[in-house]
Ligand binder design. Structure first.
Ligand SMILES: [Zn+2]
Length: 117
């Protein structure tokens, strides 16, 4: 069973994001709707390379996603690799493309050959 290792779900609004994601940090998130078991029905996974709080605010008033879960990452590389893990673990997501690498970095996905030359 895939596991996000994230905190939440929380409502996607500015006050909640500021309260929960108070640290300026790279990190990972999942978006979707809260299900009747109190968990998150995951529809999208993403990351921020430098400020998760700011990135999550892009989704305030989103038509489709009402809740998020998140985890901090120690750096952009860790966030990238964790996003890859989430992307590959979760079968059906709205993400149409493989997670992109941080700008200017040649990190490899630990789970597939997407970036192999
Ligand atoms: Zn991959």
């Amino acid at each position: 069973m895939a596991n996000l290792n994230m905190t939440g779900p929380f409502v996607i609004d500015t006050a909640t994001i500021d309260k929960e994601v108070s640290k300026t940090s790279a990190g990972n998130y999942a978006l979707g709707k809260k299900n009747n078991k109190g968990g998150l029905t995951v529809q999208y996974v993403g990351r921020s390379d430098d400020d998760l709080n700011v990135r999550l605010k892009d989704y305030v008033n989103h038509k489709k996603y009402t809740h998020f879960k998140y985890s901090y990452a120690t750096n952009a590389k860790a966030a990238f690799e964790e996003e890859c893990r989430n992307y590959h673990d979760w079968g059906s997501l709205d993400n149409d493309i493989h997670p992109d690498r941080p700008k200017g970095k040649n990190y490899q996905c630990p789970y597939c050959d997407n970036f192999k030359e």
